[in-house]
Design a protein around this ligand. Structure first.
Ligand SMILES: Cc1cc2nc3c(=O)[nH]c(=O)nc-3n(C[C@H](O)[C@H](O)[C@H](O)COP(=O)(O)OP(=O)(O)OC[C@H]3O[C@@H](n4cnc5c(N)ncnc54)[C@H](O)[C@@H]3O)c2cc1C
Length: 336
């Protein structure tokens, strides 16, 4: 089955996000052998960074990378970005449009689906091509905080829009040298806007993006204070990971809500999730239970977090976390 797929390649600080490459991998799968894959890259300078991102997409299997570069697009403006994707849709006429299930992707995808009069499947964690030549694409997505999964497919007749959950699908691998795609400029359609972004105030300065982190050290009310997060930050630094939190910790004022993981916080799927002093309420599990390996540290042997943990350590986090940090520091500093 040949399809034309279009990817919205999301960038952060001028760099491609990993989920953009995962979306590209999904688009390549859906396009099938002989299908075509397009990417739309949006930015407002610096031009060099945008061109570098475009080259990476072309090297990883985007046949055409449509670059829309305009100062009006320097900050994320949902209406403008949706219009840009709409312009790419008009140019490409895809049967499927793929975005990352990020804050931006979640905002853009329904707008794009509505504008093309098509279906929308959000938060896809797996894609299965069934039927003759993969004609039937089946999308899996979690429900009820990961307690159940449902499978959906698009009905024929209009483009389908899907968002892929970060860290679940493989990134698009580089194509053979010589078969890279081409980069083309697409004019900014300059739509009439109802709103503009006046300013963006950053609340976190972490070097590792929580949503894309491979390792997360998360703290709950058990850390007892803002200072209580220091040992967790030290462990995260040694492991090259990010710090996250339960809502309990955020509500208590120990950390910023930008770190909150869960039903009303961020959804994360790292390779390793270390939960420190977190009870494991269902609303917290909703955001992290899909992590590949979960380690829980809790004083209470009956804490529900142990029900989802692969490894559990019963004890005081203020003793255990520094011990782990020292062990990892020693192990990771050894050559080889
Ligand atoms: C509509 C709604 C949405 C919600 N959304 C979210 C969400 O997105 N994310 C979220 O996290 N919660 C969410 N919640 C809140 C959720 O129900 C819990 O209240 C919250 O997750 C509890 O946080 P906690 O586990 O850090 O705190 P607690 O439940 O107080 O647990 C603290 C844990 O730390 C352990 N502990 C204490 N001291 C130590 C120590 N020294 N060493 C080791 N362990 C220790 C205790 O044994 C305990 O298990 C939501 C609730 C509602 C109603």
């Amino acid at each position: 089955m040949k399809r034309t797929a279009l990817v919205y390649a999301e960038c952060a600080d001028g760099k491609l996000r990993r989920v953009a490459l995962e979306a590209l991998g999904a688009a390549r799968l859906l396009a099938g052998d002989g299908g075509s894959v397009h990417a739309v890259l949006v930015g407002g300078g610096p031009e060099a960074a945008l061109q570098e991102a475009a080259a990476e997409l072309a090297a990883r299997g985007a046949g055409v990378v449509h670059v829309v570069d305009d100062p009006a697009l320097a900050g994320f403006a949902p209406e403008a970005y949706a219009a840009v994707i709409g312009a790419a849709v008009a140019a490409v006429r895809p049967s499927v449009i793929v975005l990352g299930h990020t804050a931006a992707g979640r905002e853009l995808a329904p707008r794009v689906a509505a504008s093309v009069g098509g279906g929308h499947v959000a938060d896809v964690t797996a894609i299965d091509l069934q039927g003759d030549g993969g004609a039937d694409a089946v999308f899996t997505r979690p429900l009820y905080a990961g307690k159940a999964f449902e499978q959906r497919r698009f009905l024929p007749g209009a483009p389908g829009v899907l968002t892929v959950r970060p860290n679940n699908l493989p990134v698009a691998e580089p194509v053979a040298p010589g078969s890279e795609g081409v980069i083309a400029a697409l004019p900014y359609p300059a739509p009439p806007l109802w709103t503009t972004v006046r300013s963006v105030v950053r609340k976190t300065g972490g070097t590792v993006d929580l949503a894309e982190a491979d390792i997360i050290v998360a703290g709950g009310r058990g850390v007892r204070s803002a200072e209580g997060f220091a040992p967790l930050a030290a462990l995260a630094a040694v492991l090259g990971g990010a710090v996250g939190a339960s809502r309990g910790a955020c509500d208590a004022g120990y950390c910023d809500y930008a770190l909150q993981i869960g039903q009303t916080g961020k959804t994360v799927t790292p390779k390793l999730y270390i939960a420190c002093g977190i009870s494991g309420a269902i609303q917290h599990l909703a955001g992290m239970s899909q992590s590949r390996v979960i380690v829980a540290i809790n004083k209470d042997p009956d804490a529900p977090i142990f029900g989802v943990a692969d490894y559990g350590i019963v004890g005081d986090l203020f003793e255990i976390v520094p011990l782990l940090t020292e062990q990892f520091r020693t192990l990771l500093s050894k050559p080889g």
